[in-house]
Design a protein around this ligand. Structure first.
Ligand SMILES: O=C(CO)[C@@H](O)[C@@H](O)COP(=O)(O)O
Length: 242
């Protein structure tokens, strides 16, 4: 039995965060999932696989250990669980992960391109271009595919020396976006912003070339929102992260 006192509260929050995806227009059908990690209690709570948002309940949220083993007799966890697990293991400051197939971000992922930082809307949330990973190899696709998806994200951030909270979003080549955050609401918000800036960037390129924001303007806008005085969640205990 799981000991955490506020498990039902966490399940409710994960449920609500999942509902935010179709309600924000980011997810059609069942094309997405949100998870949360309770690092104190060493559990992950994630949307069940294939369950329609309309009929889903808070009790349906699936609880696993930190390796993704289901610890409550429940529905099957999201098929993307192993990707979430890899991200939690390698990005220790994040507490929530979101995956969608939101249309504008997928346009870039399918093109295999980073989303360039073209303006201050982008810079308010992402300190630089949103990276697109390399394609997975045949053996990665035919092996532990979901873990390989997580690994290629980690590889991308490591090779490019990106701190995961400075650009809390990625495009998986040929697939779609993942975002994350210190809190559930931040992770969902980052998915909403990502799709908006993906659409803006596409239209920017249709109108003109080479419009990347200056380093000065990137710094100004990013640090206005993420500097010492910016509110970025209260740290200390799990309840502050949900
Ligand atoms: O990536 C995909 C499909 O390409 C999945 O995220 C999507 O089908 C949702 O799967 P789950 O219902 O969470 O197992």
């Amino acid at each position: 039995m799981i000991m955490t006192k506020n498990l039902s509260q966490i399940k409710e929050s994960v449920f609500q965060a999942n509902l935010d995806l179709p309600n924000s227009g980011l997810v059609k059908l069942t094309w997405g999932n949100v998870s949360f990690i309770d690092r104190e209690e060493q559990i992950i709570i994630i949307k069940p696989s294939g369950v329609p948002y309309q009929s889903m309940t808070p009790e349906n949220m699936v609880v696993t250990d930190l390796d993704g083993n289901v610890v409550e007799d429940n529905l099957k966890p999201s098929s993307d669980l192993s990707t979430h697990v890899v991200l939690y293991k390698n990005f220790p400051k994040i507490n929530a992960v979101v995956h969608t197939h939101s249309k504008w971000a997928v346009n870039w992922a399918q093109s295999g391109r980073d989303i360039p930082a073209y303006g201050t809307t982008h810079a308010d949330a992402f300190y630089g271009d949103v990276p697109c990973t390399r394609s997975l190899t045949t053996s990665e696709i035919n092996g532990d595919y979901e873990a390989a998806t997580g690994n290629v994200i980690v590889e991308t951030f490591s090779k490019r020396n990106i701190e995961p909270l400075s650009i809390p979003a990625v495009l998986v080549n040929g697939h779609g976006p993942f975002t994350w955050g210190e809190t559930l609401s931040k992770a969902v918000e980052n998915s909403i912003i990502l799709d908006e800036v993906a659409e803006m960037a596409l239209h920017t390129e249709a109108l003109s070339y080479n419009r990347r924001i200056s380093q000065d303007l990137l710094d100004k806008h990013y640090y206005r929102k993420h500097g010492l005085n910016a509110y970025y969640g209260q740290k200390g205990s799990t309840k502050n992260f949900i």
